[in-house]
Write a protein that binds this ligand. Structure first.
Ligand SMILES: [Zn+2]
Length: 255
């Protein structure tokens, strides 16, 4: 079992992001930043990384009711490439799911469609089609319905523990595998376990990615596209409202 605190502290560099000063400054800049939500499994397990379908639907209903716009990865890429000169829609949000579990197709995909929302799914390409993981045809079907995909490497080994040559293989081969599967450029990578170092960022850029998603906590302000922050949602969280209000990160829900 991993608590929120263990998860956050297990991620390199999170200590700074957790300081009171950091939260205060993020709160002030909230209008220039977006929440990137991070889910893993949506199902009936009781581990910390699984939220129930009911909870997930409640979260999506809340965001929909509050008027949030789900960004596509293409929109984020365009925003980054325009050096942030093209404003994102008001109340933009990016929904991400890591690890490519089968429940993403069975439970997440129908709920997103029901609420006319979209998400990006980060796939461990060496596990496509394995037990309890998304299959190639499910991934293609989801893409055809407007869902986005990114790399979560080939094997899910923690990148900061690998040699540069191993990192390059993980980042490059997963990108190529997804590009061949989906017939489009794969521009985003989510680092397994939030693990990376400065070499990882260089290698990811050289591999052709546009951005990298970390597990540093907080709103994303686009200061460092290869170290994007996210807000993880856990089994024990009562609701998205609770999670985001607790850190003062979603003031609109107070209204
Ligand atoms: Zn993962």
């Amino acid at each position: 079992m991993v608590t929120r605190r263990q998860f956050l502290f297990g991620c390199a560099g999170t200590l700074a992001a957790l300081s009171g000063a950091s939260f205060a400054s993020e709160y002030k800049k909230i209008n220039k930043s977006i929440p990137i939500l991070l889910y893993h499994r949506v199902g009936y397990q009781t581990d910390n990384y699984t939220v129930s379908p009911t909870r997930f639907e409640d979260d999506m209903r809340t965001l929909s009711r509050e008027g949030y716009t789900c960004l596509s990865l293409a929109q984020v890429k365009q925003y980054l490439q325009s050096t942030r000169s093209t404003p994102l829609p008001d109340k933009s949000i990016l929904i991400t799911l890591d690890d490519g579990y089968l429940d993403n197709y069975i439970n997440v995909f129908p709920i997103l469609q029901q609420y006319n929302m979209k998400a990006s799914f980060y796939i461990i390409t060496g596990m496509i089609g394995e037990d309890d993981r998304l299959t190639a045809s499910q991934i293609r079907e989801m893409q055809a319905a407007g869902m986005d995909f990114g790399s979560h490497t080939v094997t899910h080994r923690f990148l900061s523990e690998l040699t540069p040559a191993e990192m390059k293989i993980e980042l490059t081969n997963s990108k190529i595998a997804l590009e061949q599967l989906l017939g489009k450029s794969i521009d985003f990578v989510a680092y397994p376990g939030g693990s990376y170092n400065t070499q990882t960022l260089t290698i990811a850029k050289e591999a052709g990615y546009e951005a990298g998603l970390s597990t540093h906590y907080g709103y994303e302000m686009f200061h460092s596209p290869f170290e994007m922050k996210r807000i993880p949602l856990f089994h024990y969280d009562r609701s998205i409202t609770y999670v985001m209000l607790r850190k003062g990160l979603l003031p609109t829900l107070l209204q």
